[in-house]
Write a protein that binds this ligand. Structure first.
Ligand code: PLP
Length: 393
C-alpha cells in the first residue's frame, strides 16, 4: 500500500484543461467543436522570438543557467518594467520561472500553513485556491462582483483581513472576468494596507498588456510603500503568445528572494536556456506583434459582447482587459456548469462554467475570445440556436 501525503487530497485542478481534453476527444470523433474554453492566444509566437531560441541552441546554450535566470534577461525585465511603468527594479530581484503559475505556487508555499488565512479573488484563477488548500491554510475568497464592473473592492478586501492573514492575492486585468480594477481603487487598497504591515501581497499582472478603451494598466510596483512585501507575477505566455514555452517572471521583495531561489534549486534547477534567449528577444525586439494581437482581441471583444447580449437570457458586461468574457446566464434558467457541458456536447462550443473559478462564479460562464472572429460568430450562432430550442435540464 502506498501512502501519498494527505495534502494532495486537497489539491485542486484547472478545469480548462479537462474541457480542452474533452473538446479534443470530441474533435477526434469527427465533431465540429469551436473552442472558446482555453485561455491561450491563438497566434503563433512572433518569428524573431522563435529564431532567437533556435540561434541560442545553435550557439551552444545547452547547459544549466543560474537558477534565477540569465543576467541579460533579468536586466531586460527590469528595463521593460522601467519603460512601461517608469519604476526602478533591480535585476537582482527578478526571477525567471517556468511559467507565471510557478510564482503563485512559490508564494503560496511560502506563506500557507494550517491556521493562517490567504485571501484570493473569487471568481479567480483556480490554482490560487488549489494551492492554498494544499498548504492547509484557510482560503478566504474576496468576492469579485459584476455590479462592481468585476473590479475588486478595496473596502471589501480590507474588511476581510484579520490577524491571521498572511497573504493577499490580487489579479487585474482578471481571469475569468476580464475585469480591470481602477487606479483609484488600487490607491485605496494600498493606503489601507498600511494598517496591516504583516500581510504580503501577490499581484498577478499576467494580462497587464491587455487592456482596452485606452485604459492604462496600473501595476502594484508603482507603490514604493509596499515594495518590501510585494510579489509581482508576470510572464511571456499571454503577451507574446508563448504559453507552451513556459516562461514567466517574478519580482520578489529582497527578503523573500533567496527562498524563491531555493525552491527553484530544489525543483526545476533553472528555466530552459534557449527559452530564456527567446524571452530576451521578446522584450528587446519590436513590439508590433503584441500591439497587433491586442488590437485583434479588442475587435473580437466587441463581437463577443454584442453577440452575447443578443442571446436570450444572457447579459454580458464589456470586459476591459485580458481576452475573456464572463456573461451572466442566470436568466436562461440553466446552472452554469450543466450549461457549459451541454453547449460542448450538443452545440459544439467549448466554454468553462463559472463555478470552476469559485463559488461566486455560479450564474456565469467564461468564453475566451482567443479564436478567430469567424469562429466566434459561428459559436454565437450555435449558442443562440441552443438557447432558443433547448429547455434547461
Ligand atoms: N495567472 C493568471 C490569472 C492566468 O490566467 C494564468 C494562465 O491562464 C496564469 C497566471 C499562468 O500563466 P502561465 O501559463 O505563464 O503559467
Amino acid at each position: 500500500m502506498l501512502h501519498i501525503v494527505n495534502s494532495f487530497s486537497r489539491m485542486g485542478e484547472e478545469n480548462a484543461f479537462a474541457v480542452l481534453a474533452r473538446a479534443t476527444e470530441l474533435q477526434r470523433q469527427g465533431k465540429d467543436i469551436i473552442n472558446l474554453g482555453i485561455g491561450q492566444p491563438d497566434f503563433q509566437t512572433p518569428e524573431h522570438i522563435v529564431e532567437a531560441a533556435i540561434k541560442a541552441l545553435r550557439d551552444g546554450h545547452h547547459g544549466y543557467t543560474p537558477a534565477t535566470g540569465i543576467l541579460p534577461l533579468r536586466e531586460a525585465v527590469a528595463a521593460d518594467l522601467h519603460k512601461r511603468f517608469n519604476v526602478d527594479v533591480s535585476p537582482d530581484l527578478v526571477m525567471i520561472v517556468p511559467g507565471g503559475k510557478v510564482t503563485m505556487h512559490m508564494a503560496i508555499l511560502m506563506f500557507g500553513e494550517p491556521g493562517v488565512d490567504i485571501l484570493y479573488p473569487d471568481p479567480g484563477f483556480p490554482i490560487y485556491r488549489s494551492m492554498i488548500e494544499f498548504t492547509g491554510a484557510n482560503p478566504i475568497p474576496v468576492p469579485i462582483r459584476e455590479e462592481n464592473g468585476f473590479a475588486f473592492s478595496a473596502e471589501e478586501t480590507l474588511s476581510l483581513i484579520t490577524p491571521k492573514t498572511r497573504l493577499l492575492i490580487i489579479n487585474s486585468p482578471a481571469n475569468p472576468t476580464g475585469g480591470v480594477t481602477p487606479k483609484s481603487e488600487i490607491d485605496k487598497l494600498v493606503k489601507g494596507l498600511a494598517a496591516f504591515p504583516d500581510v504580503a501581497i501577490m499581484s498577478d499582472e499576467i494580462y497587464g498588456q491587455m487592456t482596452y478603451d485606452g485604459l492604462q494598466h496600473q501595476t502594484l510596483l508603482a507603490y514604493p510603500e509596499i515594495r518590501d512585501r510585494l510579489i509581482l507575477l508576470d510572464g511571456w505566455s499571454k503577451t507574446y503568445a508563448m504559453t507552451g514555452w513556459r516562461m514567466g517572471y517574478a519580482i520578489w521583495p529582497q527578503k523573500l528572494y533567496d527562498a524563491a531561489r531555493k525552491l527553484a534549486v530544489n525543483s526545476y534547477s533553472c528555466v530552459n536556456a534557449s527559452a530564456q534567449f527567446a524571452g530576451l528577444a521578446a522584450l528587446t525586439g519590436p513590439q508590433d506583434a503584441v500591439h497587433a494581437m491586442v488590437a485583434e482581441f479588442d475587435r473580437r471583444r466587441k463581437i463577443v459582447v454584442e453577440g452575447l447580449n443578443a442571446l436570450p437570457g444572457v447579459r454580458a458586461a464589456t470586459p476591459k482587459g485580458a481576452f475573456y468574457a464572463f456573461p451572466n446566464i442566470a436568466a436562461t434558467g440553466w446552472k452554469a456548469k450543466p450549461l457549459a457541458s451541454a453547449l460542448l456536447e450538443e452545440a459544439g462550443v467549448a466554454t468553462i462554467g463559472g463555478p470552476d473559478f469559485g463559488v461566486h462564479g455560479e450564474g456565469y460562464i467564461r468564453l475566451s475570445y482567443a479564436n478567430s472572429a469567424e469562429n466566434i460568430q459561428k459559436a454565437l450562432g450555435r449558442m443562440n440556436e441552443f438557447l432558443v430550442t433547448r429547455k434547461p435540464d
